[in-house]
Design a protein around this ligand. Structure first.
Ligand code: PRX
Length: 664
């Protein structure tokens, strides 16, 4: 079926909340929101009486050292939004101490190590001791409230411990995904002005060691301001270089510290973390999230969207290097005192039933992953799923990219057994938590639609050219949000102007998400993908400009143009067109070198799937590359190139089309 046909079928297909959720068996609680009427009433309150709504929820879900007296201030127009600004709290106290005091044996993390059969647990009591130990080490390094710390670690509970230890002291962490190259790490460490990096000797993924510490060492050659590197021993490989006194072993440093560290209260508006993400330009931006509003958003969405109750075991497979890992592996689950699974491995190790075995072994109740993983596992066949006992599951979620209705249906029927609610959650690094999402006990789902706004999120669809709001249903345009919400990013580190230019100035008075969207006849929202130069590969954001500048870094490259190509598995893939400088010969060896250049400069996630060496790129008479033409050609839509009157040399088109069809 074509994607259009799939969508038409999906528009008419409707999946009410599964009976098992709405009428739970004996001993199980009803969903937090169990009808559309309940959702609508609360949504209405969140929009019409925001002070009342947010005062209640912020006091119900968070513990404040100093209560806030006013809820929200500032405006999207001015870009000076603030939430609960005179309130004070400590994030690690909220995520750890509250539960450790009440029930120290409650499990905070189930750690599923890379090698099957090596799972272990961390209780809230143990977590408190671990977090305090590392916080005291960071304090002994001279770090104080407001200082920034980089975290470059594998998916192990200690990564979360490092984040929470920073939060305990009011330090700002910046987690860099451990798949990024040393150059990308160095760029982020320098931009965030980190003096300390927390890392591990090595990582392990699918039994393959990753040279984590060696990558940090390489990166730090260009970051002389880094004074200390705290190294957790994950594999114990003795070959790993250790440069004392800069490098400090985690276990030795912690052993020297008192196992309690008082939490430092911070303002709700103090930053909790920076997270770098790709935008339209080459330089990644450090999105700043605050403490109070962010934690409230993470906790509240998790509670309602995954319908978390006491005793649930929540599993989000995202890496902590991404926002999904921040909000739904660490902060959301812990703020609710829930149990979160930390998954170190890959979904196909040792075989394609790893996720499903994980669900069976740990009796996971809610499972959250990305469409790319769903599509890839679906290809491996149903047997890998059906041989596992998935009866513990109640809600299964999807995030990061549009989920095609076929994949949705498979997820629902084969993984969920038709007994689970499927939540397709739309959000972004910048939104901090879900903004459009179904609620499992209330929403009638349509495969491929993220459905309706979360509480407090007032959506608008705008005409992309005029910026006017398009009212009514059955409409398309660009997605925008009309008022601030607690977990929205407040700025870009060191560049508030860029924050305003990217999100708030394009359509004054609105937050511009960068995605196209439609609202169907029933008022459901459908995300249409990015309208800027951002490529979404397997749910990871890459900027075309970033890949282009990595390519230009190779001395053979004259020009490069990078576009997204549709990809059945990864949603989109990176397709690079390159022209060479005089004197360089186009051959496979050079192509391989160029691909390697991108992997070295950015990391394996930016690997172009297709790299095509061409004599010329399509340009306007004034010399601007017309990427639209390249996009159409790689999408196999060369017959729909549209207006070509600005193309300076139409004769290059045939060559281009031929080269692409040979390359594909
Ligand atoms: O294009 C949208 C897509 O992912 C972008 C945000 O990427 P990032 O900041 O890396 O965060 C990913 C995880 C939250 C969005 O602008 N996206 C995210 N979720 C969905 C989605 N597109 C369609 N449907 C979704 N559920």
């Amino acid at each position: 079926m074509t994607s259009d046909n799939q969508e038409q079928t999906a528009q008419s297909a409707a999946y009410p909340p599964p009976g098992r959720l709405v009428n739970p068996e004996e001993g199980r609680e009803k969903p937090w929101i169990s009808s559309m009427a309940e959702y609508e009433a609360l949504y209405k309150e969140s929009i019409q009486q925001p002070d009342k709504f947010w005062t209640r929820t912020a006091n119900e879900l968070l513990t404040w050292d100093k209560p806030f007296t006013h809820v929200t201030q500032g405006s999207l127009k001015e870009g000076n939004m603030a939430w609960f600004s005179d309130g004070q709290l400590n994030i690690s106290y909220n995520c750890v101490d509250r539960w450790a005091i009440k029930d120290p044996n409650r499990v905070a993390f189930v750690y599923e190590a890379d090698e099957p059969g090596q799972a272990s647990k961390v209780t809230y009591g143990e977590l408190l001791t671990k977090v305090c130990g590392v916080a005291n080490v960071l304090h002994s390094f001279g770090l104080r409230k407001g200082d920034t710390v980089a975290i470059y670690m594998p998916m192990i509970p200690e990564a979360a411990v490092a984040m929470l230890a920073c939060a305990r002291l009011g330090l700002v962490h910046t987690v860099v995904f451990a798949g990024f190259s040393s150059a990308s790490l160095a760029e982020r460490v320098a931009d965030a002005r980190c003096r300390v990096v927390i890392t591990a000797d090595e990582g392990l993924r699918g039994s393959r060691p990753i040279r984590t510490k060696a990558i940090v060492d390489e990166a730090l050659k260009s970051c002389p301001e880094v004074e200390r590197v705290l190294v957790f021993r994950r594999t114990g490989n003795e070959q790993v270089e250790f440069n004392a006194p800069r490098d400090v072993w985690w276990h030795e440093a912690v052993a020297a510290q008192r196992p309690y560290c008082p939490p430092v209260p911070v303002s709700a508006e103090d930053p909790l973390f920076l997270l770098y993400t790709s935008g339209s330009t080459g330089k990644p931006k450090g999105v700043v999230h605050t403490s109070g509003g962010y934690l409230l958003g993470a906790a509240m969405t998790l509670k309602y969207v995954f319908d978390i109750h006491d005793g649930d075991i929540f599993c989000c497979t995202a890496d902590i290097g991404w926002i999904t890992g921040h909000s739904y592996v660490v902060y959301g689950p812990l703020a609710l005192g829930s149990t979160s699974v930390v998954f170190e491995s890959v979904p196909t190790y040792p075989d394609a039933s790893r996720y499903w075995k994980l669900v069976e072994d740990h009796k996971i109740t809610q499972f959250y992953t990305a469409p790319t993983a769903i599509r890839a596992l679906r290809r491996c066949g149903d047997d890998f799923v059906t041989k596992c006992d998935l009866s513990s599951l109640r809600v299964i979620g999807s995030v990061g990219e549009p989920i095609n209705p076929d994949a949705w249906t498979w997820y629902n029927e084969v993984v969920g057994g038709g007994r689970c609610a499927v939540v397709d959650t739309y959000w972004q690094t910048e939104t901090g938590s879900h903004v459009i999402t179904p609620l499992p006990g209330a929403t009638v789902a349509k495969p491929g639609s993220a459905t309706f706004p979360f509480f407090g999120v007032e959506l608008a669809i705008l005409d992309p050219t005029t910026g006017t709001e398009i009212e009514g249903n059955d409409v398309s345009g660009v997605l925008a949000i009309k008022r601030s919400w607690p977990s929205m990013a407040r700025t870009i580190a060191g560049d508030h102007k860029r924050f305003l230019e990217t999100y708030l100035s394009p359509y004054p008075g609105y937050y511009f998400a960068g995605d196209g969207a439609s609202r169907d006849a029933d008022g459901y929202y459908w995300i249409r993908g990015r309208v800027d130069d951002v490529i979404n590969v397997s749910g990871h954001r890459m900027s075309t400009a970033e890949v282009e500048s990595a390519l230009i870094g190779h001395n053979a490259v004259a020009e490069s143009a990078v576009v997204a190509a549709p990809d059945e598995l990864t949603g989109q893939s990176i397709c690079a067109f390159v022209t060479l400088k005089d004197g360089f010969e186009a051959n496979d060896k050079l192509k391989a070198e160029l691909v390697k250049e991108v992997r070295t400069r950015i990391g394996p996630i930016a690997t172009p799937k297709l790299l095509i060496l061409v004599d010329e790129l399509p340009k306007t008479r004034s010399g601007k590359i017309i990427r639209r033409i390249l996009r159409k050609v790689v999408a196999g839509e060369a017959d729909q190139l549209g207006d070509l009157s600005t193309l300076s040399d139409p004769s290059i088109l045939d060559v281009l089309i031929r080269e692409v069809s040979t390359a594909i």
